[in-house]
Design a protein around this ligand. Structure first.
Ligand code: ADP
Ligand code: ZN
Length: 599
């Protein structure tokens, strides 16, 4: 049967080989066993159930919470010549009846269904009377009451075990942690599932963290390296989203906004444009999240710190699902640290919960300040050990220098002590640098022994020292005292000279090397060829009202450009060109290629 699966992979999907654990997962399901699949976003989870669904007799049921995406998923399968459909509340009664009939006929291969819809008696009864090949439960972490994507309907899915005895069930998710894993197995009542955990590494994503200066200017500069590329810019609040969108639009960037304060229609329209049009930059809060099923997002930029490593990983994971070079870019500064600490403090959560939140933030901050490979540190956080450095993060590309900051730190700590541990970083730095202003006069701080002892460093350098001491717990921000900097237990050893401390030079001073690997490597002479291929794709997509990547992915067009297939047979060797798509679109693309003969 696995041969049959391989045949479908090549001829229907047009892919050369299985990726990661796909083969093993498919084998397990073909053997009739339950499975739990943990794979990062873009890892290729869909094929894990689509292919066995086509190999095994009967209808494959795919449970998904993402109603808005079902139409797209079904279109994509129909593009491949498969018989797929969906059932959810967005359909009219007639449409639903039509689908129910096709289930009855046995003419359907794959059915996407929302959990609440599946669990209706009428739907369940109809499906139980049908030959079902497998049940896939996508976004399975939605059963976890602790996760932020919890869906109460997912809790009812355990009935599927009794309702469909002997039918293999496969649960899939991109959430990695151990607790969620056990919750999924438990709550979905999977029986003795084979568990597949892929590496959560996303090697095509380059991680870059910079110190926040003029964030807007930094963003514009970053975007200049990503002209006409689709990307997401995450901001913390709705206001910031609106402001940033308008500002980018004013600078000629095709930017759209997305946040929970907009009407459903406006959000849907902007999401639609993001999927359909080339090169849209979506400025969004985290409300723009799960289920952005767009493979060619070239970058995810964070203008504000996310609230944990988990959130950071999930948000940046939306870049580069197609495996092409992509960037996760973030700026952060002292203000972020203070703001987040305040948010945690002000929240209504109980102390225990706050402690967890704080430690999550500390992990993220520590990671921002790391002076070893970022990818390795990220994977370690998720429990994967990796020895080698990656060569594709800012630290690897541009190793930060460290300096002996013992004396500077002592000056800072004594100054905080002498000013009474009552002031935020701005005033503390002013005193250190010997500034003359009203506040200093008012408190008589110009008379302190620490006044002006740190004049040799800039404001920015001091902020960097403060940030790193905060991360390392030599300092804390007291929220009850309006963000005053205060000493900790640990400060004493540093003040007494019992320990030495080395800090990294401001990460801002390490200029990221010119990005060598330009996304998608389109050279000047190729760019008109590339544009022609994209224009051809866009025209075909518009004719059918589907997003361009439903016709072919960027990666597929790139291969066409590289290998310049001249015939149908050559076209079939291109990754992403299967037989149905060859028949539908081969001629159009061969024609474009013929217009660009090799030099
Ligand atoms: P996930 O659901 O895990 O985020 P998808 O199933 O959407 O990921 O797959 C991500 C991308 O990788 C898709 O564009 C898909 O077509 C592609 N892909 C999946 N498996 C393979 C494979 N074996 N060879 C080439 N491309 C693949
Ligand atoms: Zn690295």
């Amino acid at each position: 049967m696995i041969n049959r699966a391989e045949h479908i992979l090549k001829h229907t999907f047009g892919y050369l080989s299985f990726r990661g654990k796909q083969r093993e997962v498919i084998q397990t399901i073909l053997d009739g066993q339950d499975a739990l699949v943990l794979m990062p976003t873009g890892g290729g989870k869909s094929l894990c159930y689509q292919i066995p669904g086509l190999v095994r007799e009967g209808l494959a049921i795919v449970v998904s919470p993402l109603i808005a995406l079902m139409q797209d998923q079904v279109n994509a399968l129909q593009q491949l010549g498969l018989s797929a459909s969906f059932l959810n509340s967005s359909q009219s009664r007639e449409e639903q009846n039509l689908v129910m009939r096709s289930i009855h006929d046995g003419s359907l291969d794959i059915l996407y269904v929302a959990p609440e819809r599946l669990l209706l008696d009428s739907t369940l009864n109809r499906l139980m009377a049908t030959d079902v090949s497998l049940i896939a439960i996508d976004e399975a972490h939605c059963v976890s009451q602790w996760g932020h994507d919890f869906r109460v309907d997912y809790l009812g899915l355990h009935v599927l075990r009794q309702a469909f005895p002997g039918v293999p069930r496969v649960a899939l998710t991109a959430t990695a942690d151990d607790r969620t894993r056990h919750e999924i197995i438990d709550r979905l009542a999977l029986s003795d599932p084979a568990v597949f955990v892929s590496s959560f590494d996303r090697p095509n994503i380059r991680y870059i963290v910079q110190e926040k200066g003029d964030a807007k200017a930094q963003l514009i500069k970053f975007l200049q390296g990503h002209k006409n590329a689709a990307g997401v810019v995450y901001c913390m609040t709705r206001n910031r989203v609106d402001g940033m969108t308008a500002w980018l639009q004013g600078r000629g960037v095709k930017a759209l906004a997305y946040h929970a304060g907009m009407s459903t229609d406006d959000r849907a329209e902007n999401q639609r444009r993001f999927l359909r049009e080339d090169g849209v930059v979506m400025v969004a809060t985290v409300a723009f999240g799960m289920g952005i099923d767009k493979p060619d997002v070239r970058f995810v930029a964070h203008l504000d710190l996310p609230k944990s490593m988990e959130a950071y990983y999930q948000e940046t994971g939306r870049a580069g699902r197609d495996g092409q070079p992509s960037e996760a870019w973030m700026v952060y500064g002292l203000q972020d640290v203070v703001r987040i600490a305040k948010m945690v403090q002000d929240s209504n959560a109980n102390e225990n919960h706050k402690r967890v939140e704080r430690s999550k933030i500390d992990s993220l901050l520590g990671w921002c300040e790391t002076n070893t490979c970022r990818r390795r540190a990220l994977l370690r956080y998720f429990g994967e050990s990796q020895e080698d450095v990656c060569g594709n993060c800012d630290v690897c590309l541009n190793p930060p220098k460290t300096w002996d900051a013992t004396e500077a730190s002592q000056k800072l700590l004594s100054n905080i002590y002498r000013t009474g541990q009552r002031f935020g970083s701005g005033h503390v730095i002013d005193v250190l640098r010997g500034k003359d202003n009203q506040k200093i006069q008012q408190f008589g701080h110009h008379k302190l022994s620490t006044y002006g002892i740190g004049a040799q460093f800039s404001d920015r350098q001091w902020r960097s020292v403060i940030r790193q001491l905060l991360v390392q717990n030599y300092l804390l921000v007291n929220e009850e005292q309006y963000g005053a900097l205060q000493l900790t237990e640990k400060s004493r050893s540093l003040l007494k000279g019992e320990v030495k401390i080395f800090l990294r030079e401001g990460i801002e001073s390490a200029k990221p090397e010119r990005v060598k690997k330009r996304p998608l490597n389109v050279s000047e002479s190729d760019s008109s060829f590339w544009d022609a291929l994209k224009a051809c794709r866009k025209e075909l997509a518009d004719d059918q009202g589907v997003p361009p990547f439903h016709i072919f992915h960027d990666a597929t067009l790139m291969e066409m450009m590289q290998y310049r297939p001249q015939s149908n047979a050559e076209m079939l060797t291109i990754n992403g060109v299967g037989e149905v798509k060859l028949n539908k679109y081969g001629d159009e693309f061969l024609e474009v290629i013929a217009q660009f003969p090799t030099k």
